[in-house]
Design a binder for this molecule. Sequence first.
Ligand code: UN1
Length: 502
Amino acid sequence: MVKPATKVRAEQYLNYIGGEWVAPKSDRYLDNRNPADTRELVGRFPASNSEDVDRAVDIAAEAFRTWRKVPAPRRAEILFKAGEILIQRKEECARDMTREMGKVLKETRGDVQEAIDMTYFIAGEGRRLHGYTTKAELPNKYAMCSREPIGVCGMITPWNFPMAIPSWKILPALVCGNTVVIKPAEYTPLSTYNLVSALIEAGIPPGVLNIVAGRGVEVGKALLEHSKVRLVSFTGSTEVGRMIGQACAATDKICSLEMGGKNAIMIMDDADLDLALEGVLWGAFGTTGQRCTATSRVVVHKKVAKKFAGMLADRAKHLKLGPGLNEKNDVGPVINEEALESILGYIEIGRREDKARLICGGHRAEKGDLKHGFFIEPTVFSEVTAQMRIAQEEIFGPVLSVIECRDLDHAIEIVNGVKYGLSASIYTQDTNRAFHAMEDVQTGIFYVNASTIGAEVHLPFGGTKSTGNGHREGGTQVLDIFSEWKAVYVDYSGKLQRAQID
Ligand code: UN1
């Protein structure tokens, strides 16, 4: 018996299209299993195909005609209500997320909180969405510009922040007056269902917000190909993002891409090493290293490098690995078998190809019940050089490289010497060094005396180079993704006036 998705404990979930929970056309479902113990089935989610997407997009296109006319402050009121609902359900949503994604409870609570923060922040924009007026170059002529909604937005979201990241996209899209079809991550759909359910209960009208679950090759591809989808917003790997960018170019879609990172913490010889150690452990092993902002390189001044590497290995060794629902554990599993293999593959590359020195971890953890999940020991390599593969490629797991540097300029050169540019940080007591680094490091996010993770929703989030395609989520900057500018000229002179000529 198929149960509605609003019952979060239900085994089998449906798509939400046009205000109804409906079975996928294929009548096939995908298992969502707990990565800490794959014997546990969290739920079964639709394996939708292009027919489901076509229906959802057609309905969203129809709903756009009325939703765009709803005053933005009214649209925003629904978001405020959704925020209230999520506050009531925060603990339940966090537990669901730990079960399907694996990260420890304090972090899944943070993920839900980030979505709540986003509802309040962006709902406030319902009463702003500022445009501006300016002076025209001719007399008796008025000039102004305003934000206009775009149409149907297709969203493809990742498994590592399965509620926060969908909230970064859905909420601004809605407040701007767009309608949405979202494909949640195949491995963590439940958290996105929980967000969508809160919005439905808060009063989002039928057709405005639709969820179609399934695989990227089916649902994602269909969204990219549908002519009524005007915008695609994607967060995930650089490899997939590039394909999405190309597909969007072929059909003239607006496209925002948020992709990989190879984030670094610089530690200068004057740094408070104990403080830096906390930041490195949190940045590298929080979320089991599966954040696009995760710290995967530590660039340490040669005067303190050996000492710091020793401190790091000592602490990393003692991090407690295990299911995230047990609050005593520090580090949860990685998401799936494929991730496990890929991360272990990088550890092998570090050892053999790169010949870096393994000073902590390096193995799958399989003792007792851990063998039923995808656990990897927090792993640290020292004596890494900047060009090694483990220092260049995104690993997306609990693997950290310690690289020595001569001075600040050398550190900045190393930090910038990768193809990504999402987040970086410096630990120093010297304001001059901190500001130099802030100016010269080519990342979209920069921290002083803090880790590379932990961006807040009211500041722009995104990166330079291959991390993205120039857009920023979060902050009021996200409105530039989900609205288009309209310039309006009102000529009240009563005669023909020619710009650039008269
Ligand atoms: C991500 O890993 O894709 O800044 C998002 C952070 C979080 C968001 C991470 N607020 O680490």
